[in-house]
Design a protein around this ligand. Structure first.
Ligand code: COA
Length: 329
């Protein structure tokens, strides 16, 4: 049975206990807390414990999202997990979440990789699956960026953190996902190569670059792209819905850098009180960033029923996308 109104029915989030402050980073690389605060707005970030990974964090966030939606895990039909930091190329992390939730063999679960925009991509897919089949989907964004960070590179290691966020998507009585889009365009300014066994392959030249499996970034170029992507996303959603920017009640932007949030807010003509900010506490948690921010905004009572909430993210790929939600369930 095709359902008409699809919405986010519950949110959840998990961040590791261990806090890594800017002062801690001063002891690891040649940087200063002041520089990091001024250029990024980040004060501290979380680091996954050795026994944590994208699955354990994702499961913790998922359980909270299910509880908030008032649903049991067995009512789910799909699990879509967005990540950029899988510790296994296969099996998919989503299937390990499925196993942890006791759903082996009953549903379909898969991973999706779209840089820091992964949550928006997964939400886009979930909305369409649910619209067609009238069932419930669990959407998770989970990243353990600390595992792919070059801790000798001050340009990148200051920016990222670990965490997970989750939402349950399903048919709603009130509110709906009004519109959403995803977009991409090849851009290598932010990339991370797979580490494979080039040393032992008789079919490939010997590996020369030992840092290849770390996250690599041209910061200023990515910054320019990010600001452009946020503006383009807001413009596109406004055009599709014929809404004015003043109609937006709350903005959840990908938490990469406070200066990008500020540029997005100015363009959207939304005062900073209506823009959620937790980049100061978590840094950039990639695919987890938007669902963690959404969960915290809901928990703090910043989003009310009927509010028009815009979720915007951008990331490696390059990828960008947005979803306009009329809050309610
Ligand atoms: N501490 C101190 N100095 C640092 C530093 C650090 N952690 N990292 C870089 N610097 C230095 C640089 O070496 C450079 O010095 P130089 O002028 O002597 O060469 C100077 O600071 C300026 O570097 P630059 O990279 O031009 O600064 P910036 O204003 O662009 O800020 C970023 C750097 C990374 C904070 C910023 O470009 C950014 O946020 N980019 C987007 C990143 C992002 O969002 N990525 C994820 C997208 S999903």
């Amino acid at each position: 049975m095709a359902a008409k109104n699809i919405n986010i029915l519950g949110t959840g989030a998990y961040v590791p206990e261990r806090v890594l402050t800017n002062e801690d980073l001063e002891k690891i690389v040649d940087t200063s807390s002041t520089w990091i605060m001024e250029r990024t707005g980040i004060r501290e970030r979380r680091i996954a414990a050795p026994d944590e990974d994208i699955v354990t964090m994702g499961v913790a966030a998922a359980r909270l999202a299910l509880a908030a939606a008032g649903l049991e895990a067995r009512q789910l039909s799909y699990i879509i997990l967005a990540t950029n930091s899988p510790n296994y190329l296969y099996p998919a992390a989503a299937i390990r979440v499925q196993d942890a939730l006791g759903l082996n063999g009953v549903i379909g679960a898969f991973d999706l990789q779209a840089g820091c925009c992964g949550f928006n991509y997964a939400l886009y897919v979930a909305e369409r699956l649910v619209a067609q089949e009238g069932k419930y989907a669990l959407v998770i964004g989970s990243d353990a960026n600390s595992r792919f960070t070059d801790w000798t590179n001050r340009s990148t290691c200051i920016l990222f953190g670990d965490g997970a966020g989750a939402v349950v998507v399903g048919p709603a009585q009130k509110g709906r996902i009004v519109t959403s889009f995803i977009a991409s365009s090849l851009n290598m300014n932010l990339h991370c190569e797979t580490e494979f066994n080039q040393e032992v392959s008789p079919f490939l030249p010997p590996q020369t670059h030992t840092e290849r499996h770390f996250l690599t970034m041209d910061g200023p170029e990515v910054f320019k792209f990010a600001v452009g992507a946020v503006k383009e996303s807001i413009r596109r959603i406004m055009e599709t819905t014929q809404l004015n920017r003043e109609d937006l009640d709350f903005l959840i932007l990908h938490q990469a850098n406070w200066r990008i949030l500020d540029a997005g807010a100015r363009f959207a003509k939304v005062p900073m009180e209506k823009v959620f900010v937790n980049v100061d506490r978590y840094g950039n948690t990639s695919a987890a960033s938007v669902p963690i921010a959404l969960h915290e905004a809901v928990q703090e009572g910043k989003i009310k029923e009927g509010d028009k909430v815009l979720l915007v993210s951008f990331g490696a790929g390059a990828t960008w996308g947005a979803a306009l939600i009329e809050w309610g369930k």
